[in-house]
Design a protein around this ligand. Structure first.
Ligand SMILES: Cc1ncc(COP(=O)(O)OP(=O)(O)O)c(N)n1
Ligand SMILES: Cc1ncsc1CCOP(=O)(O)O
Ligand SMILES: [Mg+2]
Length: 203
């Protein structure tokens, strides 16, 4: 996991349909897309996963499903992102197999320590900064927390929460291998240009 990571949110797609946002973000260079749907029914979630898979496959960009292992399996997605109250890692790995990408959110120092014994593919440092996009979070890690995790964890770090073109340089500097965003791409009037500008911060 490296570079820009798009996490989708239907409600945040205020200028373009979600599929258009994803297609433009892929053209502009995102390295991973997570389909995150909190309110739609299972059938619609699966249909959307299959639609995104078709957009991502030609560009060889992996599709990660938020929370739902059943959707990931049914859609043939590359993996799942699980949080601290979602399916436990060991069960997720058993169900998805050794090749699946499994990301895990860390919200507390205890989560970081516990993750050290898990063969997750990355940890999502969540949230780095507070964000109106997700309000049911624990205290933001801020840059100091991210640096502390970097100094301890054996896992690649994906930073998420309140990140945009104006504040990601020090987050990358602090050791984030990948930057995950919702609103900075989904709510941008020009998702292609926004993604390009975000990707350029890795150069
Ligand atoms: C890359 C990444 N990091 C963290 C999260 C948050 O996951 P979780 O804590 O399970 O919260 P929800 O996204 O399910 O509301 C994430 N989705 N992606
Ligand atoms: C899904 C998620 N997990 C932690 S913060 C967050 C939302 C990030 O949204 P934004 O990039 O708009 O701050
Ligand atoms: Mg979750």
């Amino acid at each position: 996991m490296e570079g820009m990571y798009l996490v989708t949110d239907q409600a945040a797609c205020i200028h373009h349909p979600l599929e258009t946002v994803v297609a433009k973000a892929v053209d502009a260079g995102v390295s991973c897309v997570q389909l995150r749907e909190k309110t739609i029914d299972t059938r619609s979630f699966l249909d959307r996963a299959l639609a995104l898979k078709n957009i991502l496959a030609p560009a060889r960009v992996p599709l990660i499903i938020n929370d739902r292992l059943d959707i990931a399996l049914a859609a043939g997605a590359h993996g799942v992102h699980i949080g601290q109250s979602d399916m436990p890692y060991a069960h997720a790995r058993k169900l998805l197999g050794p090749k699946a990408i499994i990301g895990l959110s860390v919200e507390t120092w205890e989560d970081v320590v516990e993750a050290q014994d898990l063969d997750v593919d990355y940890i999502g440092v969540s949230p780095v900064f507070s964000t109106p996009t997700k309000t049911d979070t624990k205290e933001p890690w801020e840059l100091e927390g991210l640096e502390r995790i970097k100094g301890y964890s054996r896992h690649p770090l994906v930073a998420i929460g309140g990140l945009n073109q104006g504040n990601i340089a020090p987050v990358i500097q602090a050791g984030a291998r990948s930057i995950a965003v919702v609103s900075a791409i989904c709510s941008a009037p020009d998702p292609f240009a926004a993604t390009r500008a975000l990707c350029a911060c890795f150069q």
